[in-house]
Design a protein around this ligand. Sequence first.
Ligand SMILES: *[C@@H]1O[C@H](CO)[C@@H](O)[C@H](O)[C@H]1NC(C)=O
Ligand SMILES: *[C@@H]1O[C@H](CO)[C@@H](O)[C@H](O)[C@H]1NC(C)=O
Ligand SMILES: *[C@@H]1O[C@H](CO)[C@@H](O)[C@H](O)[C@H]1NC(C)=O
Ligand SMILES: *[C@@H]1O[C@H](CO)[C@@H](O)[C@H](O)[C@H]1NC(C)=O
Ligand SMILES: *[C@@H]1O[C@H](CO)[C@@H](O)[C@H](O)[C@H]1NC(C)=O
Ligand SMILES: *[C@@H]1O[C@H](CO)[C@@H](O)[C@H](O)[C@H]1NC(C)=O
Ligand SMILES: *[C@@H]1O[C@H](CO)[C@@H](O)[C@H](O)[C@H]1NC(C)=O
Ligand SMILES: [Ca+2]
Ligand SMILES: [Ca+2]
Length: 917
Amino acid sequence: MSSWFVAFGLLLLPTGALGFAILPGKSLNHLEITERAILNATLQACRALAQAEGTNFNFPTQPYTAKAVAEACGTPKSSKSFRRAIIFITLMNVRVDIRHALNASFHFDEEMFVQGRKIITEGIRVIKANNKQGNFEAARQKMGEILHPIQDFYSHSNWVELGYIFPNPNLIRSDTSIGNTADESRATCRNCDGDNCTNNILEDIIDEGILTSGYFGVVPLLSTKPKGKCSHGGAVDQTSTIEPKGGINKDTLDASHGHLHMTAANMAVAASSQLLEDIRGAAGERPFLQLMGISKGSSKALCFVIDTTKSMSDDIDAVRNVTSSIINSKVGTEDEPSLYILVPFNDPDFGPLIKTTDPNIFKNVINSLSATGGGDDGELSLSGLQLALTSAPYNSDIFLFTDAPAKDKQLKSTVIALIERRQTVVNFMISGSTVLNKEGIEGNRISESEAELYRELAQASGGLAIEVTKSELPVATSIITQSSTSSLVTLLQAARSPGSTDTFSFMVDKTIINPLVYITGRSFSFTLTSPTGESQQSTNSMGSLIITSQSVGNFQTLRLQKHVGLWKMNMVSTNPYTLKVIGQSPFDFLFDFFEASQGPFTGYDALDTRPRGGVNGSLLVSLTGSDSATVTEVALIESSGLGEIKAIVESQGSGNFLALFDRIPSVEFAVRVKGNDGFQRQSSTNFRASNLTITADSNSILIPGTPFSVPFSVMSNEIEGNISIRATNNRGFDSASPTSLFLEAGNSANDTVTLSAPLNTPSGTDVTLTIEAEAPGGQDTNYVVLRFSVINTGTDFSPPVCKLLSLQSNCSDICSSSMWELSVQVTDGDGESGVDSVTLRQGNGTLKTSLAAGNDNITLVSYNSSCCSPDVELLVVDRVGNVNICFYTSLSTKVTQWPLLSLIIVVLGQIIKSAII
Ligand SMILES: *[C@@H]1O[C@H](CO)[C@@H](O)[C@H](O)[C@H]1NC(C)=O
Ligand SMILES: *[C@@H]1O[C@H](CO)[C@@H](O)[C@H](O)[C@H]1NC(C)=O
Ligand SMILES: *[C@@H]1O[C@H](CO)[C@@H](O)[C@H](O)[C@H]1NC(C)=O
Ligand SMILES: *[C@@H]1O[C@H](CO)[C@@H](O)[C@H](O)[C@H]1NC(C)=O
Ligand SMILES: *[C@@H]1O[C@H](CO)[C@@H](O)[C@H](O)[C@H]1NC(C)=O
Ligand SMILES: *[C@@H]1O[C@H](CO)[C@@H](O)[C@H](O)[C@H]1NC(C)=O
Ligand SMILES: *[C@@H]1O[C@H](CO)[C@@H](O)[C@H](O)[C@H]1NC(C)=O
Ligand SMILES: [Ca+2]
Ligand SMILES: [Ca+2]
């Protein structure tokens, strides 16, 4: 097993104790090791990019934080999405200790060197393939999974004891030897001297440089190990009580080899950096930064889901106009969307999803949309939305345009599951509901109950269902899309259905700019009261609190004067309404639901499901945009406004807070966080708990053409009977699953979903599988959302190689007046994928590449540079992303080598010549 034990927080503490015990200056855990490596690798990428672009770059002061790194990269608005990427990768890393606690390969225990490296190198291939397809979320998931074993290697093996001062480069390559590993029969340890384990590894093992690692087992009497082998050590490990007694792990300062903890932890940081650098080499600087959640401009995507059936031509015109105006007004500013996503839907088709970072490509795609077909009234709006929800970045805003009811209503609970898991806001732009559209039968295609479905989905996501006539649509769309920026924060969101008279309050802190109120509903009135007690009624257009008020369809916007403090809004209406107060601020919060793990160790794991209602639960809350802010209160507030539950909050360091609730509400709720200096934010998303527990786990790699099994299990203490099961995936892959399971209260029922990716599915495609379980009567639903990557096994495991053809250096003492030049040949192996790119990693001379005449498999590289820049590093990458770095310097040219080199060149020249002939 595992890990940086106690240190890795959350985990592995005796029941009752809560971990995540990050004590500054003490042991380092997976969380800190991962964060340090990511911050470092990201800075390296930003510096390289700045150098390439000739802009300034300054390293921030240590210790680095996500905020400081995002600022150093010139992208302060990415601070939140960067933080999110780090947290997600870290959670996936921590999860390995829970899901694979006793699988030695994931921890380099029990001399599982080959198996451990296979997990890492396969994972690297998946990440590189995902990156090529822009599927960064899947790449992050895999990254967390493989950073765990690479970090464990330095704690659990004797690499550090062997005296190495650099990480083992062979752990991230599959075409080399890992090193000299101990045979199964070879004794590696002796008993420790009581508690003193400083000297328990056998001298011959150290002297011969043989790699070994500790055995681990938790079951008393049943845990064994081969004769003479080392153990992991520590109170939980039962193998360390068998001779040779004691252990060798360096998980914490007080571990068996705790005296080497810091050395091991620092080497784990360096090894993680090395792995990230390899991924960066294959991806290129910008995609690598995107993977880390860092992008120029806004970190938000502009995401449209558009009905393209016949009646939509006016609406599509409106989208065109809005897209043009957003692109024209935001390109080049810090609010420029970092990604554009379009999902068209029609009937019987929907998609494909189009994703681009180029605003002009997006404009062209939107311009080429035409409105045709659709047949009957209903269209596949939820299918389109499902696709958008699984591809848009976390925390996105999606705008869905339609004038028709959903024909695929059966996807409602899947869509809600994805809204909750992705914390994405969905705004519906509806032209053609009966409520407001009085223009004639053509426009009145959506009945009241059909519109209700869209309203419910909007409300679950904290978005708006804007119902307007076709002529009003451009104005409404423009209002709502223009305000979507990455610094948008939610101060309050609430809904009342049926309508009721209610007073809401929201806090405007000093960092908030442009506070805005959005109301949807019909026939309402309100009174706003500012922190100083001034008030203004909806009927009073001359008041001093509202700067502008705009009404279109069922949608009203109020732009407020900024007054810092607590505002009140009294709403009066007998009709349903929604209220949302937003503003712009660099400060916000991120959160994930956690639960105590069921595995052999006590720990916490992030949920991919609804939390259990009525019992205790927890959230990990992280503040973004500030390195000093603290959380003072976390509450779950019932969406009905009737109740709220406050948490006990424990700071975990690094801006993370654990919020422990003694009960999770059984009814819909949102999350509200308060902090110092009047900080108060609310989640956009509304959440639900469930009495059903659903778990699923499987390898996350799908091979095209090979059926892939996802075992899952449903459990409940309260519910029994036939549970309906539904499995949906966003790629339309064939899938087989049971339609129901019989559940006895208190027992679990298990089954399997089988997925098949077609043979021609490109490597790096990701697929999101949602498995839903619905209680009899449909009152309670839970789901698990899983993401897998498709990968072709392939045969190319070696990076391209460089061969020096010539190096001529006429460097004199005055470097600026002399030059040196280099000629190199780059090839990938026989039958391998071929050279994809050759770029400069270091050196500021001129690089030229060309293909050898008559042989596309040989890339010729020439480089010449001022002698002031004496070194060059060529980054060479093949088509599957294997990376090599070739280093040359003008300084160490040894004259004696020249004759041999010239001979090689002559011979090579002959070979190339004969290849041409
Ligand atoms: C542990 O043993 C080593 C030699 O085997 C010795 O140098 C060291 O002082 C001992 N440490 C303690 C705490 O006794
Ligand atoms: C930071 O990254 C660079 C480049 O990948 C690496 O050389 C260096 O060792 C890393 N620093 C640490 C502390 O790991
Ligand atoms: C879109 O813009 C064009 C030109 O600016 C205008 O003629 C047209 O009426 C607009 N369409 C809509 C639906 O706003
Ligand atoms: C779960 O069960 C409890 C007790 O039976 C009930 O009060 C609650 O409403 C149920 N929760 C859900 C989400 O159905
Ligand atoms: C279902 O799976 C769970 C966990 O995987 C296991 O504990 C349980 O015994 C299984 N139940 C059945 C009926 O197979
Ligand atoms: C180039 O490589 C491909 C694939 O390895 C091979 O099929 C082809 O024959 C090679 N071409 C030459 C000119 O060697
Ligand atoms: C190239 O790099 C050298 C040092 O590596 C530096 O002295 C020189 O100013 C750089 N030249 C340019 C044009 O950036
Ligand atoms: Ca239709
Ligand atoms: Ca290769």
